[in-house]
Design a protein around this ligand. Sequence first.
Ligand SMILES: [Zn+2]
Ligand SMILES: [Zn+2]
Length: 637
Amino acid sequence: MESIKVTLSDGKTVEVRPGTKIEEIAAAAGVRKTAIAAKVDGCTVDLASALDKDSALEFVVADSPEGLAVLRHSTAHLMAQAVQGLFPGTQVTIGPTIQDGFYYDFKSDRAFSPEDLEVIEKRMQELARADLKVVREELPRNEAAELFRSMGENYKVEIVEGIPEEKVSLYRQGDWVDLCRGPHVPSTATIKAFKLTSIAGAYWRGDSRNEQLQRIYGTAWANRKDLDAYLKRIEEAKQRDHRRLGPALDLFSLHPIAPGSPFFHPKGTIIYNILIQYIRSLYSRYGYSEVVTPLIYKTELWKTSGHYEAFHDDMFLMQVHDGEYGVKPMNCPGHCYLFASRKYSYRDLPIRYADFSRLHRFEQSGVLSGLTRVRSFAQDDAHIYCTPDQLDHELEQFVAMTKEVYKVFGFDRIEVTLQTRPEKFLGRIELWNDAEAALRRCLERSGFSVAVLPGEGAFYGPKIGFDFRDVLERSWTLATVQIDCAMAERFGLKYVTSEGSEATPVMLHRAVLGSIERFIAILLEHCAGAFPLWLAPVQARILTVTDDHKEYAKKVLEELEQGGWRVELDGRNEKLGYKIREAQLAKIPYAIVIGDREVEAGAVAPRRRGGENLAPMPVDALIQLFQAEVAQERGEA
Ligand SMILES: [Zn+2]
Ligand SMILES: [Zn+2]
């Protein structure tokens, strides 16, 4: 009898007749209960699909990335089925998976409320328990269009008509059907752990000129435990949200008068400036020279750099008397003019220009968010111009500096990415190849394991990113280094080589913190507002027990302030316990209690933010304690 060979992921092969369903092979392999889909030659498919040729087969379980994607999209279908059952007349549009969940966009006359979500969720649970088989069907495109037209699903008709293939697939569960590429779970009973999370407005095809839709978001997981852990993480993220904590701790605020452009309050500005001072202190050690360059340029500058074409919509441009000007969205083109302002020989290189200048980008209002997506920001930006021979050393030094900075901030979970040439790129391909090879060499020596993201580089050069994973398991790219394959040539930059000829320098873009605004947001959420002593805007608050202690407290305040410490005095006539709690809520690293005993002994009684009471000590000893703590935090101890 004719048979086909199926190679399983453990290397074993089984012989089956053509047309055998994957679920049969799963049953024979004893994984019928745990598999929710399968991968055939790398493509995810339904368990009910049949094999007709030799194939490599891998079963997909619910808690794998592919499994979760299938599960989440199936949960979106379940939700749509529930919504349409509960609210007749509602039309479905699209319902993709997103990170950690899914959504579905509906057209409905009813404005969905949070109470509706509970009702929908309940209905979903019933449909899941009903164990409805999820069945795939294939139809000619025009028949599918006819079917959806008869159902009054106008958006689906529009989608079907836009599909180039002659055949389209549908998925049915019970009496509900949706146009869908799939794959899906075998039955609604596979869906066990989900929650609807929010409602938002949306537009058909994401275009604000189209009809308004209602989007319901949800999350789904392989099991109850994972769902609960996720919901806890979301709750924790809400508590730590910098958009809530920032104003609450009096660090910054935003106002519609300057969309996406934060106002840093005095306390926030202290953090801002300390971060810059800290990076400055490294610059002197790593051989960077700080420069100040113009904010506004004639747009020729970006026409030369290539940004005007690629970045035009994201720039603040203005027409003045003698032509078009723009506010800089990045420092690099200006630094190229600076480099070209004098002649350099190979002996002068590398040149490392550091610039903390304010930058402006016209981010769309819809994407603006707290300090993470802003229109006005500064970076710890620098550009390095070097000879090809110096490139490896420059990259190595950059990695060393990044490691040093991450250690100070306690960023120990780092993932490194290498982003290579995109389809659309500037510059010569040889330069790209050399640059990517240099980045690979650097990463090999660094000891980091690296994920390569093909085609994800910037249009002007490949890039290394150092992603940091925060306490909420979110990944943030902070430090980046890029080798520019285009800009130095486009600006005609030259240096004199050891042979006396002229050559184009290699140009690097690099930042360690990235945008200072975004860095503050990430750090704020990571430490939940409890900044380490060296960064805390208020390092200590002096608390008097009664009015009698005020005079001595003022002396202590002065002494600490004179030593350069950031200290406040709470001399209010309130109970000590209340004042301690307030200092705790303000996340101040030290509360310094002054009562009879302290006044008598000429001492202070420090109390750490976590609640630990230290033995009373003279102010000198407290200053030494602070100094030692700061030195340790900054890696200087
Ligand atoms: Zn679907
Ligand atoms: Zn740059």
